[in-house]
Design a protein around this ligand. Structure first.
Ligand code: FAD
Length: 278
């Protein structure tokens, strides 16, 4: 449980962090809340020679409205999201999801950006990121770019972020109140064995599922069954399709069959709750 030796550098600005990342290249890792990286280092699953601490960069810690969207700095903590009056009013799915993450200590330190970049298949944030069709703002040696969430998650623990790049912000739309997140958590850690985020809007639903497969996904078959004809009576048959079309994971916590089944059950509960809020 003791990490390999490493150098520690604290960046004073985003530009400095990008310069340091370019200087140390693959020897370095960015440190945000440290709640995924440090456990991985203690288990020697990650052995960066240099840690570039961006944790105190206030320029990456904010929640604001900008051009009709809500923008969250990558360093916004789970707890700040849970407590944000702006998000509760204009994008209530995010505070609801934040309240499901770990415990208070984890929520106080962990950041949305760190979680999205870590891309743990059992993390909560990828589900609402997909359901909200979030966009990821990225800064790197070649300048800035923005990627849709669907293109950001590549595989288990793998995103489209390139060497030298930093996730700077997440953009989400404002939504009606008809949203919900349902989660079946692993008891010890709180991580999702299955988590389903839904946004019901304009007679259709967008459904993001985490925990079931190697990466989070949109439950396309369930969405298609509801497209343009969302109603209480259509929910059960549509929701039952939420575990279809993916290769479900199997481990000591749950079999593949159980995870796929949970996706259907939690999708139905989330859709019914979102409908009740509409
Ligand atoms: P870090 O650990 O600092 O970094 C994670 C990775 O992302 C590293 O590779 C780092 O280099 C990289 N990185 C970080 N920020 C950026 C950035 N802006 N740009 C580029 N790269 C970056 N998560 C859940 O979703 N649900 C849970 O129920 C849950 N329970 C937990 C319980 C415990 C006991 C613990 C310790 C963690 C739990 N987590 C859970 C994980 C937690 O949410 C982490 O905070 C999160 O996964 C990582 O965020 P971080 O800010 O701590 O990132």
């Amino acid at each position: 449980m003791i990490p390999a030796a490493f150098e520690y550098v604290r960046a004073g600005s985003l530009d400095e962090a990008l310069r340091l990342l370019a200087k140390y290249a693959e020897d370095a890792k960015v440190l945000a809340g440290g709640h995924s990286l440090l456990p991985a280092m203690k288990l020697r699953l990650a052995q960066p020679r240099v840690l570039i601490d961006i944790g105190r960069l206030s320029e990456l810690n904010f929640v604001r409205e900008d051009g009709g969207k809500i923008v969250l700095g990558a360093l916004t903590t789970h707890r700040e999201i849970e407590a944000s009056p702006l998000l509760r009013e204009k994008c209530p799915l995010l505070p609801e999801v934040a309240g499901h993450i770990g415990d208070v200590q984890v929520r106080n330190r962990g950041t949305i950006g760190g979680s999205l970049v870590h891309a743990d298949p059992a993390a909560d944030w990828p589900a609402p990121a997909l359901a909200l069709e979030a966009e990821m703002d990225i800064a790197g040696p070649k300048g800035k770019r923005t990627l849709p969430a669907a293109a950001f998650f590549v595989d288990m623990l793998q995103t489209a972020l390139q060497p030298g790049e930093i996730l700077t912000a997440i953009r989400v739309p404002t939504t009606p109140k008809s949203v919900a997140y349902e989660k079946f958590a692993q008891k010890a850690s709180g991580f999702a064995i299955c988590g389903v985020a839904v946004v019901v809007e304009g007679g259709s639903a967008r459904i993001g599922v985490t925990g079931v497969a190697g990466k989070a996904y949109r439950a396309s078959a369930a969405e298609s069954a509801l497209r343009g004809k969302f109603s209480a009576s259509a929910i059960p048959a549509a929701a039952a399709k939420a575990g279809q079309g993916v290769e479900a994971l199997s481990d000591i916590h749950a079999s593949a069959e159980y995870r796929a089944h949970l996706a259907g059950v939690l999708a139905r509960r989330a859709l019914e709750r979102a409908l009740a809020r509409a």
